[in-house]
Design a protein around this ligand. Structure first.
Ligand code: AMP
Length: 142
């Protein structure tokens, strides 16, 4: 497996060099909206520590990312009146990974509503801003 590349796009977001629609942050993890959402509220949860994916992540960082993933999922159920949540996580190119900093997808689902195909459409900035605000508030409310 290749080494971690510190110039990947999520590393730049983590360093504050690129913007994101943040919904949650603590000392070990960051969660922000996917800009090409497969459903409204589609969120990515990342460890702050450098890791390409679950294959090189520390077990503690991985456990923390999934703690945050659960918080985001619970917030998304409320914020988007979801009926369920799809969790996706890809490892290496052959596993479907495109950005090589570990991330977990939290995708709110409505009954009977299919997900959009991956990377099919960039969402409008005002919609992303509004969804981030709603989801951040729901997560903070517990
Ligand atoms: P994957 O590595 O297959 O899990 O896919 C990477 C995901 O990152 C895709 O769902 C993209 O829509 C998403 N993505 C790419 N660039 C950004 C960005 N700047 N901000 C938020 N999400 C992004």
């Amino acid at each position: 497996m290749p080494d971690y590349d510190p110039n990947n796009i999520f590393a730049k977001i983590l360093r504050g060099e690129l913007p994101s629609y943040k919904v949650y942050e603590d000392d070990k993890a960051l969660a922000f909206l996917d800009i090409m959402p497969r459903s409204p509220g589609h969120t990515l949860v990342l460890p702050k520590a450098a890791a390409r994916n679950i294959l090189d992540a520390s077990p503690d960082d991985l456990a923390h990312v999934f703690k945050v993933a659960k918080m985001v999922a619970q917030g998304a159920m409320k914020a988007f009146e979801a009926d369920g949540i799809t969790v996706q996580q890809f490892n290496e190119g052959a596993g479907g990974q495109v950005v090589f900093h570990l991330h977990v997808h939290i995708i709110p689902r409505k009954a009977g509503s299919p997900m959009k195909p991956p990377a099919s459409e960039k969402e409008k900035p005002d919609v992303l801003a509004e969804n981030a605000k709603k989801l951040a508030a729901a997560i903070a409310a517990g």
